[in-house]
Design a protein around this ligand. Structure first.
Ligand code: ZN
Length: 388
C-alpha cells in the first residue's frame, strides 16, 4: 500500500467538501442514516484520478536533453498536475505509444516507439495504473510490448493492464489492494491498427470482445470488491460516443462494472451514469481526450481528469459511488515547440494560451472554456452527486 492513512483522510475530507452535501452533517454527529452507514469509515473508501491518452510524438523527446547518464527526464511534462495525481489512491493513464526504448530505435507516427523514461515520469507523477491496451500497442511488435512490460516491472509500484508477456499472465486478474479494498482492473482496445500479433500469441493485447470481457469480468469479480475497466474505443475527433461505445458501456454496466474509463477519440466526450441489469450504478467516462500530445488541433489540447471516490461496505458487500467529476486539462505547447506541459484548466492562464503553438489556429482560453461548457455542461467541468 503506497499511501498513508493520513493522506487517505485528507483525500476523503477533500471529497466530502467537494461532493457530498450531507457529509458535514453526518460528520457533526447526527445519527447516520442507513445508507450513510460506513461513510465515516475511511478504511473503505478509495479515491481515483484518471486521464486519457499519453501520446508521445517525436518533438516531445526532441526538446528534452539527456542528462550526464544519457537518460531523459520528462518530469516537467506532468509537473502541473502532479499534486492532483499523487493525491489519489489509484491514478490511471493510457500510455498510447509503446515505450520500447532506444534499443528498438525511437519513432514517431504512424508506428510509435517512445523513450522508456516516459514511464519513469508517469510513475514519478503518481500514476500507479498504466493501460497499454490501445491501437498502437503492436506498433513495434512483440518486442515493443515485452520491452515495455519488462521496464514497468523494474520501476515497481505501477500495475499495467492490457498487454501481456505470456498466456498465463493474460489469465491472471489484476487486483490493487487499497486500504483493505480489492480494486479489480482491466483494459481493452478496439484493435491494433491492422497489425496482428504473431500466430499463437494473441494474448499479447487485450482486444475488445464481448465473450472475453464477460468471462474476464466473471473471474475479476470473484477476486475483487470494485471493478474498473478502461476501454480504448470510439471515433477519433468525435465529441459524441458512437453506438458501439454506448452498447459496450451498457454491456459493462450489466456485468456489474463500477466505472468505465474511455480513451482514444483525442477529444472529450460527456460522461454518463448508467444503470446495470442488477440495478447497479456504472459511471462511464466515454472519452477523457488527450493527456499529452503534439497533435495539431486546439480541441486535441483539451483533455479531462476523471476524479471519483467509491465506498466499499465490506459487511454489506455493497459499492457506493460517492461523487464524481471531470476536470478540464490543457496540454500546453510553447510557440517554439520547446516546452510541453499539461495543466488543470483552472491553472491555465491567458499568458500561457497566448504563447500556445496552436494560438494561431484559434486556441484561446475562451474557446477552450466554451468547448468545456458545450460538452460538460459547465465551464468548470462535469460533476455528479450521488443521491443522499
Ligand atoms: Zn488510440
Amino acid at each position: 500500500m503506497r499511501h498513508s492513512q493520513i493522506r487517505l483522510v485528507l483525500v476523503s475530507v477533500v471529497f466530502c467538501i467537494l461532493f457530498i452535501a450531507g457529509c458535514a452533517n453526518s460528520d457533526a454527529g447526527t445519527p447516520a442514516a442507513q445508507d450513510d452507514k460506513g461513510s465515516n469509515d475511511n478504511g473503505s473508501m478509495v479515491s481515483f484520478v484518471c486521464v486519457g491518452d499519453n501520446l508521445i510524438h517525436e518533438q516531445i523527446w526532441r526538446c528534452h536533453e539527456k542528462d550526464a547518464d544519457g537518460r531523459y527526464n520528462f518530469d516537467d511534462l506532468y509537473a502541473p498536475v502532479k499534486e492532483l495525481v499523487s493525491g489519489a489512491d489509484v491514478a490511471f493513464v493510457n500510455q498510447e505509444t509503446v515505450c520500447g526504448g532506444e534499443a528498438l530505435t525511437l519513432s514517431d507516427w504512424p508506428r510509435f516507439n517512445s523513450p522508456q523514461e516516459i514511464l519513469d515520469a508517469l510513475a514519478g507523477t503518481g500514476f500507479n495504473w498504466i493501460s497499454t491496451a490501445n491501437n498502437h500497442a503492436l506498433d513495434r511488435g512483440e518486442a515493443g510490448i515485452r520491452a515495455q512490460i519488462d521496464y514497468l516491472s523494474k520501476i515497481g509500484g505501477v500495475t499495467q493492464t492490457g498487454t501481456h508477456d505470456s498466456l498465463d499472465d493474460s489469465k491472471t486478474p489484476r487486483i490493487l489492494s487499497i486500504n483493505g479494498v480489492r480494486v479489480g482492473i482491466a483494459s481493452y482496445t478496439y484493435g491494433t491498427n491492422g497489425i496482428a500479433p504473431p500466430p499463437g500469441e494473441e494474448y499479447l493485447v487485450d482486444v475488445i470482445d464481448d465473450a472475453k470481457i464477460r468471462a474476464d469480468m466473471g473471474a475479476l469479480t470473484k477476486e475483487s470488491d470494485i471493478q474498473i475497466v478502461a476501454m480504448h474505443w470510439g471515433d477519433e475527433n468525435s465529441f459524441e460516443p458512437t453506438d458501439e461505445q454506448k452498447r459496450l458501456a451498457q454491456m459493462l454496466a450489466d456485468t456489474g462494472v463500477d466505472v468505465v474509463i474511455g480513451t482514444h477519440p483525442h477529444v472529450i466526450q460527456a460522461p454518463v451514469v448508467l444503470r446495470g441489469a442488477a440495478g447497479n450504478t456504472t459511471l462511464v467516462y466515454y472519452s477523457l481526450g488527450n493527456f499529452m500530445s503534439s497533435q495539431t488541433e486546439p480541441d486535441q489540447m483539451l483533455g479531462a481528469m476523471a476524479r471519483f471516490s467509491i465506498e466499499y461496505d465490506a459487511l454489506a458487500g455493497s459499492v457506493k459511488l460517492l461523487g464524481a467529476e471531470a476536470l478540464p486539462l490543457v496540454t500546453h505547447i510553447s510557440s517554439d515547440y520547446q516546452t510541453y506541459a499539461v495543466y488543470p484548466m483552472s491553472d491555465y492562464t491567458e499568458e500561457l494560451a497566448g504563447d500556445h503553438a496552436l494560438a494561431a489556429k484559434g486556441l484561446l482560453l475562451d474557446s477552450l472554456s466554451s468547448r468545456v461548457r458545450e460538452i460538460f455542461g459547465d465551464d468548470k467541468g462535469w460533476e455528479y452527486h450521488s443521491k443522499p
